[in-house]
Design a protein around this ligand. Sequence first.
Ligand code: GLY
Length: 310
Amino acid sequence: MGGEYGIIIHGGAGALRNTINPESYSEGLRRAVISGFRKLEDGCALEAVVEAVYVMEESGIFNAGLGCCLTAEGTAEVDAGLMDGSSLAVGAVASLKNIRHPILAAKTIMERTDHVLMVGEGAMRLLSLYGFKPDPELVTEAKLRRLHELREKWLSGADRKMSKNREIVKALSHGTVGALAIDRKGNVAAAVSTGGYWLKLSGRVGDTPIAGSGFYAENGVGGAVATGIGEYAIRLTLCRRTVELIRSGLNAKLAADRAISVVTSTFGEGTMGIITIDQQGGYGYSYNTEGMGRAIMMKDFSEPVVGIFQ
Ligand code: GLY
């Protein structure tokens, strides 16, 4: 391939119409994709995706880092994953309490340890060696008020079991943030970060830190990053499956559409979104939810293309 490079990001998929401010949300996406693209011009795909996700975590607008949702117990437990398609190196973290930039924690696992995924207390102890500290700003009064409202609504429903709560979860904004990039040398990288979804049980882990489910990147083929109900992405090993579609000859756009049609036929509408990139520098996205925030900046674009709804 001949030096095609670019980045595609998402800010989560879900019932967004009543839960976001479209102006600030779009501006948050625009800022993140531009920051990621700058890294891509000077550096590599891995730095670009980490930067884009970092900016979204820091914004407080998205369900990641500072803006993460809360568990049913009112705790902030975040997950993140990162993959370098040139070496298939992976770093991921899960159930980290009050960590503002879980994507940097995932990068630390990738670069400083022989492991790929670390969770909970052990991960926190290790990360403290590298300067990570819990940040109380992740649990705010406003978030606790929202949790209270959501919990009341949940408990007053006919069905109280979490596993049966798809309709409620569908009605909430379930987001994640993610980024995929390809650099001038053809290196592909994927990064993803999330708070999960409101009312998840403490200790629950979704697709975001699971390589092959929430993210996947492989040089010579392409990459995929998912957003939505993580349990479904895990059960389908969605991102690896999508990259296999690209390997079999589909371009990024067709692979994204095919992947989401599999999700919809298996688990129904309102469940998932995905972004993709292929080795030719093609990109794609697809979702079966009301909306999915996304922004794309490729080599030949004069400015980013940002969208939320169809
Ligand atoms: N896709 C994010 C999660 O389910 O945790």
